[in-house]
Each structure stands twice: as C-alpha cells, then as structure tokens.
Design a protein around this ligand. Structure first.
Ligand SMILES: Nc1ncnc2c1ncn2[C@@H]1O[C@H](COP(=O)(O)OP(=O)(O)OP(=O)(O)O)[C@@H](O)[C@H]1O
Ligand SMILES: O=C(O)[C@@H](O)C(=O)CO
Length: 417
C-alpha cells in the first residue's frame, strides 16, 4: 500500500476512493480500521465516522487508522474531510490534522477542501459552493455542522493550537515550484497547516506535484487528483483493475440527507417510485418503526422504494428543538441501520444511501468489511461492491452530490432487478 487515507465519513471515503481509482491506483475502501492485514492495493481508504463525534474520540480513531496504514507500508497519508469543510468551531478537522502531524513528525500539511467538479473552490481562503460563499450556500443550515463562516483559515484557527497559514491563488497560479517554495517557507516559520487556494483541476494537479513526499496531506477528494501521478512517476504503480461487477436483485434507496440537492433528488425519485416518508415525530412516538417501514418497503420492493427522513431546514430545526440535535440524529441513523439489515436479509441486493452520517450508520449496521471501487455514477460517487461473500452493491451519496435523477442512475449502475 503506497497511499493511505483516513476519511471522516463514509460518503467522503468513497468520493476519495473514486478519485484515486480514476487516477490509476488500485484502491480499496475499508470500513473502519481492519483487524487483519489489508487486501493488496496501491491505495487504502479507511472510512471512519468521526466527523461529528467528540474530538478526543475522533483523534483516537484517526490515530488508530494511521498506525494501521503505516504498518501496511503507506508512504503518504491523506486525511479526507468534506469539500464543504463540515466541522464546528470546536473541532474535529484541526485537532485530527495536528495529531496526525505530531504522530508522523511531519513539518507541514496542506489544507485544501477544493473539488471543482462539484463547484467547491477556494480563493483567499474563502470557500465557495457553486459560486456562492459557503455560509450562503445552504450549508449554514446543516443539521449537525452548520457552516456559518466561509473563511477556512479563520475557522481552522478556532480548532487548532498552531498557526494556520495561507498559500494564496497568486502563488498557486505560478505553478508547482512556487507552491513548494511557499510551503517550505511557511514550514520554516513553524506553520504546520497551510490553507491552499485552488479554483480548477489544474491548480490541484500543481499542488499535488508540489507536495510529493509530504508525509501528510489533508483535504477533500480534489487534493488527491495529482497524487497518483507522483507514484506513477516514481515507477511504483502496477497494473490497474477493479473487482467491481454489476449484480441483479431488488434495489432500495435510503435518504437521511436534508441538503438542498437531496431534497430535489427525493422529489424527483418519489415522483416515479414508491416513497415511504419517516417523520421524526412518528419515529419518536413509535407510530413509525423499523417493522412498519420494512413491511411497507417489502410490499413495494419490485418498484425500488425510497425510505426517507429528508426534510426542509424548518422541519429539521423543529425536530431538533423538540428532541435535541444528537438524539434525533441518532434515532434516525439507528432506524436506517436496522432497516438496511432487514432489507438486505430479505433480499435487497442494491442499496443506495443519501448522506454521509446516514451511510456510516447503514454500512456499519450491515457489517461490511471493505468495498471494491466500481465506475463513477456522478462526480464524487462511485459504485461499490462489498468484498465479502454476500456481495451487496451500494452507492453512498454525499448530501449535495449528484444530479436530480441520481438515484435512478445509481440503481442502474449497480445492476438490474
Ligand atoms: N427530518 C430530520 N430531522 C432531524 N434530523 C434529521 C432528519 N433527517 C435526517 N436527519 C439527520 O441529519 C443528519 C444528516 O446528515 P448526513 O451526513 O446523513 O447527510 P448530509 O450531511 O447531507 O450528507 P454529507 O455529510 O454526505 O454531505 C443525520 O444525522 C440524520 O440522522
Ligand atoms: O467532500 C465531500 O463533499 C464529500 O466527499 C463528503 O465528505 C460529504 O460527506
């Protein structure tokens, strides 16, 4: 294993695995830190669910993943977080990045959430989503990590002990040598994390080349664009090949994401397929349960039903006020996890999930060990094949990824009924 990645959520892990596989690295996505040695591959992506947990737990789990990846021989480690920098002022990106730097005795790491294919760009340290400032993009209403400040340097400073630097776009556009010189200078001054501007894939390729040999890299999946080439140039990449193949069997969609794009996707999908809406009040009162949702889904299984809690920000806010943000999130995630297990047991073979936390809950409950990476369904979302005997096919969609018809497209790429 040459490149080891630690992803703070499951959709993010498959987003990164997609970029690395497309870049020509044989890539495997692991669910949590494996207990055994890894499957032979160029890049191993360990998917954690550390985005919204307590800082000390996020740090401990990330260090455990780091130790395992280093033991597999990884030369470079990538800490993958969200392209919308999902975190609170209290953590977790800064503390995890600093702990990884310390453990690896690395002088500096870049911080680059940029992902141009999905409209995430960074200029003067300010993050934009499809041309809108992060804090005006809808992300300011995120159920768990509302992003109310678009200035990534400032946001990260709340979270870190050390200084956070900036490599501005004026440097990035001069190319890889200028970026490297600036990063070396910042490192010499004691800066350990440097936010790096980028607006296009070619900027990410230049940054990728500038950070050849950096022990730690941090960012969204875009920062990985240029990394396979570094290993290729060094003659370290073998023949590529994916263990993914499509399957046949019933398909279901589980949507727990409440993002703008997810809401549009749910409307589009339920116009053509059965939709089973799960309201927080019904779930908390017991009027809706895993049993009931399962029965309703099974009656409609031939039509690829969607079970969803997706709701608009006012409804989410209401539920959070009534039950507490964490309590309602946990109840919904447990619900989706248990439901996925029941559906898989009853024959569902293709499962598409919307939302990172939701995907984490589902994949963990299904006790999947690892995934082979298949074709890209939409930017940032590959088809996945469980490596174990059961061989479920999944797609884990980040909240704001994919076009309006993503769910139909995804089930089609995973196989047929
Ligand atoms: N109706 C609802 N009311 C309150 N909370 C909800 C509701 N529906 C879902 N949630 C919770 O909101 C969170 C949504 O987060 P999730 O990561 O799944 O989606 P996302 O943030 O849009 O996706 P991503 O992180 O991939 O961008 C989950 O914890 C989920 O349980
Ligand atoms: O970077 C992104 O936007 C996604 O991979 C993600 O992490 C969303 O959960």
């Amino acid at each position: 294993m040459l490149l080891g990645a630690i992803a703070d959520d499951f959709t993010g892990a498959s987003d990164l695995a997609n970029t690395l596989a497309k870049g020509g690295m044989k890539t495997v996505q692991f669910v949590g830190v494996p207990r055994e040695k890894g499957i032979a591959c160029d890049a191993g992506v360990v998917a954690l669910k550390t985005r919204s947990i307590a800082v000390k737990d996020a740090v401990a789990q990330s260090i455990e993943a780091l130790d395992w990846l280093l033991a597999q021989g990884c030369e470079q480690i990538l800490f993958k977080y969200c392209s919308t920098f999902d975190s609170t002022k209290e953590g977790n990106i800064g503390p995890v990045a600093e702990a990884l730097l310390d453990k690896m005795k690395a002088p500096i790491a870049v911080v680059c959430p940029v992902f141009p294919a999905t409209g995430r760009t960074l200029f003067d340290g300010h993050l934009f989503v499809l041309g809108k400032l992060l804090s005006e993009s809808g992300m300011e209403k995120h159920p768990l990590t509302p992003m109310t400040d678009p200035n990534i340097q400032r946001w990260l400073r709340y979270q870190t002990k050390g200084e956070v630097g900036l490599v501005p776009y004026s440097t990035v556009r001069q190319g890889s040598a200028a970026i490297k010189t600036t990063l070396d200078k910042l490192a010499g001054e004691g800066t350990r994390l440097a936010v790096v501007d980028a607006v296009a894939d070619e900027d990410l390729l230049a940054i990728g080349s500038a950070i050849t040999g950096h022990k730690l890299v941090t960012g969204g999946s875009g920062i990985a664009l240029g990394l396979p080439e570094n290993f290729r140039k060094a003659g370290k990449l073998g023949a590529q090949g994916s263990a993914f193949s499509a399957t046949s069997g019933p398909g279901v969609v589980l949507s727990g994401s409440c993002s703008n794009q997810s809401r549009a996707q749910v409307v589009a999908y339920t116009a053509k397929h059965p939709g089973i809406h799960v309201a927080p009040d019904e779930l908390m009162s017991g009027a809706m349960s895993v049993d009931r949702a399962f029965t309703e889904a099974m009656q409609r299984l031939a039509h690829q039903p969607m079970i969803y809690t997706t709701a608009d920000p006012a409804e989410v806010g209401d539920a959070q006020k009534r039950y507490g943000r964490e309590k309602i999130a946990e109840a919904i995630e447990d619900f989706f996890g248990e439901l996925a297990v029941r559906l898989a047991h009853a024959g569902a073979r293709r499962i598409v999930v919307g939302g990172g936390e939701t995907s984490g809950a589902v994949v963990t409950a299904l006790e999947i060990d690892a995934f082979a990476i298949g074709p890209e369904i939409a930017p940032g979302v590959p088809a996945l094949a469980e490596t174990g005997e059961r061989g479920l096919r999944l797609a884990l969609k980040s909240g704001n990824f994919g076009g309006t018809d993503f769910y139909d497209d995804a089930l089609g790429v995973l196989g047929k009924a």
